[in-house]
Write a protein that binds this ligand. Structure first.
Ligand SMILES: NC(=O)c1ccc[n+]([C@@H]2O[C@H](COP(=O)([O-])OP(=O)(O)OC[C@H]3O[C@@H](n4cnc5c(N)ncnc54)[C@H](OP(=O)(O)O)[C@@H]3O)[C@@H](O)[C@H]2O)c1
Length: 307
């Protein structure tokens, strides 16, 4: 098959290492489905993540990036049940395996969900990572409840925009943050308020809140514990929050490729509650340009590759 592979993580955050080339066809193992990829999406920094080995620590050789995508099931591994050839699916893959930037991907069937009927393959590919990360941040780790106030750092981003929509659906009061250029996008996705992180003293603008969901990190994360009321939480997908407060919870986590939660997200997409944000589309053969563009050009939302 044709695939995009990263040979070594060098150059511009590893992007120089991407080559569009022939690669071995993936073989679906027990519990896997073989999916013909229609669209794939990625996180620009993923080439630097410590995922160049398998779970046992063995080097995997050149890796295929793009942890999320959409496509059509064409074969099943031995004993794989619950799916059939011809099913239209989407999902997030275990990052220790080769990803979706290829003509075919072998992926655990339990990580897949039916593609939402109301969006095309390109929009579907933009959903799993943002949807699952935000679902787990808000509900599994943040314990967000109706009536509470949540601050979402990076509300105009691929991940944050879905977080805004899920938090709104859950009945929370949503304060989005980001650069001033993200204000309208965050409000359009359903934020009740927006706080410009480029203004002085931004951490006081929202008052004391129940939950901060951070998808920016750095100084923004460092100033976040001060925003939380006693009993509240800071949940970050960037780094462990640092604080000497013992009256709030702090969580750093890496998202889980949970197919059951993705099925819930499929329902919310088809009900019009969650809208994906696709900022640009590139052919698979131009994956290197796509990674560069997403890293350098402030493209809002996800960049999607099509086969
Ligand atoms: N732990 C996990 O499981 C997990 C899962 C998914 C994603 N992530 C991480 O979450 C982050 C967001 O992912 P994404 O796909 O949503 O990326 P993205 O679309 O590139 O979003 C990043 C957003 O943050 C904004 N931003 C960055 N620094 C900022 C600052 N100092 N002040 C204000 N705004 C700032 C960016 O605005 P500009 O474009 O204007 O700079 C952009 O809107 C990535 O770093 C990714 O690695 C972690």
């Amino acid at each position: 098959m044709r695939a995009v592979r990263s040979h070594t993580p060098e150059g511009f955050e590893g992007i120089e290492s991407l080559v569009y080339e022939e690669a071995p066809d993936p073989q679906p193992a027990i519990g896997d489905a073989l999916v013909q990829v229609r669209a794939a999406s990625f996180t620009p920094t993923e080439l630097t993540w410590p995922l160049r080995t398998d779970r046992a620590g063995h080097e995997r050789g050149p890796i295929i990036p793009a942890h999320e995508g959409s496509g059509v099931v064409v074969a099943l591994g031995y004993g794989t049940a619950g799916l059939s050839p011809g099913d239209e699916v989407y999902g997030l893959i275990d990052g220790y395996r080769d990803g979706w930037a290829a003509e075919y991907v072998a992926i655990e069937a339990r990580s897949l969900a039916p593609k939402p009927a109301t969006v095309d393959f390109v929009e579907a590919a933009a959903i799993p990572q943002a949807g699952l990360t935000s679902w787990q941040a808000l509900f599994d780790h943040g314990h967000l409840e109706s009536g509470q106030t949540v601050v979402i750092h990076g509300a105009g981003s691929g991940v944050g925009a879905v977080g805004v929509q899920l938090a709104r659906w859950a009945g929370a009061h949503v304060v989005g943050t980001g650069r001033a250029s993200a204000r309208q996008r965050a409000l359009d996705f359903g934020a009740d308020e927006f706080v410009d992180l480029e203004q002085d003293g931004w951490e006081k603008a929202a008052g004391q809140v129940d939950l901060v969901y951070d998808a920016i990190g750095g100084d923004v994360l460092a100033r976040s514990p001060a925003m939380v009321k006693p009993g509240g939480a800071v949940v970050s997908v960037m780094a462990p929050p640092q604080t000497d407060r013992d009256d709030i919870r702090t969580v750093h986590f890496v998202r889980d490729a949970n197919g059951a939660q993705l099925r819930e997200i499929t329902r919310l997409v088809d009900e019009g509650i969650v809208r994906p944000q696709v900022g640009a589309v590139y052919p698979l053969a131009e994956a290197r340009e796509a990674f560069m563009a997403k890293s350098a050009q402030h493209i809002p939302g996800k960049v999607v590759l099509t086969t």
